[in-house]
Ligand binder design. Structure first.
Ligand SMILES: [Fe+2]
Ligand SMILES: [Fe+2]
Length: 165
């Protein structure tokens, strides 16, 4: 049984980012698997922790660039959450590099908790935002991040939408 079982409720309806999140969950499951095996001697755990940090950095940058592009109103606090997590992740990696016993079940569980909470509460808000921009009958999930919806037929541009909570 994987450490994190992917569930439908984690889906935002933004295909590219849903795929990123699935990949992050896969990496986290690999971290946990390596952790259980205590397979640290060959540097495999270090390698997968580095991959997790690198991929999280890549994913956050993609989300942030997309949020800027569509004028997402809550981007500042979202970006701050990313920065805090990345700092923790690199700090963890640095400590682990120096001391292989640094990684504990508590820390691995923290990574899981943070990732799932972020997807379901913080990222989910941009999922709601993008769905609100979608014309009726159009599938919000089919729109690629990086494209701007709601600019045709007199619809409001994203940065004209107010009172988004
Ligand atoms: Fe995300
Ligand atoms: Fe995010």
């Amino acid at each position: 049984m994987p450490f994190v079982e992917w569930e439908e409720r984690y889906l935002l309806g933004v295909e590219q980012f849903d795929d990123h999140h699935k990949h992050l969950v896969d990496l986290l499951n690999k971290v946990y698997g390596m952790f259980l095996l205590h397979d640290v001697a060959e540097g495999k755990l270090q390698e997968i922790l580095d991959s997790l940090a690198d991929y999280a950095t890549y994913h956050f940058a993609q989300e942030e660039s997309w949020m800027r592009e569509v004028g997402y109103p809550k981007q500042e606090e979202h970006i701050l959450e990313h920065k805090r997590f990345i700092y923790k992740l690199y700090e963890l990696n640095k400590q682990f590099h120096e001391d292989k016993s640094y990684l504990t079940l508590e820390l691995v569980s923290f990574l899981r908790r943070w990732l799932l909470e972020h997807i379901m509460s913080v990222d989910a808000k941009y999922g709601v935002f993008i769905r609100r921009l979608s014309p009726p009958g159009r599938d919000a999930g089919s729109r690629e991040p990086g494209t701007t919806a709601g600019t045709q037929n007199g619809e409001k541009r994203p940065n004209e939408i107010v009172d988004f909570t």
